[in-house]
Design a protein around this ligand. Sequence first.
Ligand SMILES: [Zn+2]
Ligand SMILES: [Zn+2]
Length: 176
Amino acid sequence: MRRQREGETPASPAEREPKDGSGSGDLVARGLAEAERRIGARGGRLTRWRREVLRVILEASGPIGAYGVLEALRGEHPALTPPTVYRALDFLMAHGLVHRISHLAAFVPCHRGEEEAHRAQFLICRGCGRTIELDLPDLAALLERRAASEGFAIEAMTVEAEGLCAECRLSAGRDG
Ligand SMILES: [Zn+2]
Ligand SMILES: [Zn+2]
């Protein structure tokens, strides 16, 4: 198994140039402090593994899969097992701190700073892999109303739209 060196960026799909500085130390420290505060306010605890898993997701330069998280932590913590990582990911998702993007089977931090888990919508760039989280409560409400009219109760909803981001569209235009 490949060893993760300290400071090395995780394996793909996150193995890319940071696009917006989301991997910078300040943002990571702030993200962890905010998570601690939010979970603490609800009587929960950001245990060691939850904190480590969140740190790796905050440090990643793009969406990172569960296996990528495990790889990133195994260098320091050889005994870490997949179930521990999955449990931590479930906890972080339930608290609205990370989102899972099914399309990529990968996780991203939530930057909306809400108090609860929420319906998320993502634009996913097929060129560079960057994701942009949107805040469209009307869209979520519309889907919920239509589902209810079918007698359907939605339990989880993440809307994912794939395409090209502004930068990738620019460079595609230059190449062709
Ligand atoms: Zn979010
Ligand atoms: Zn792009």
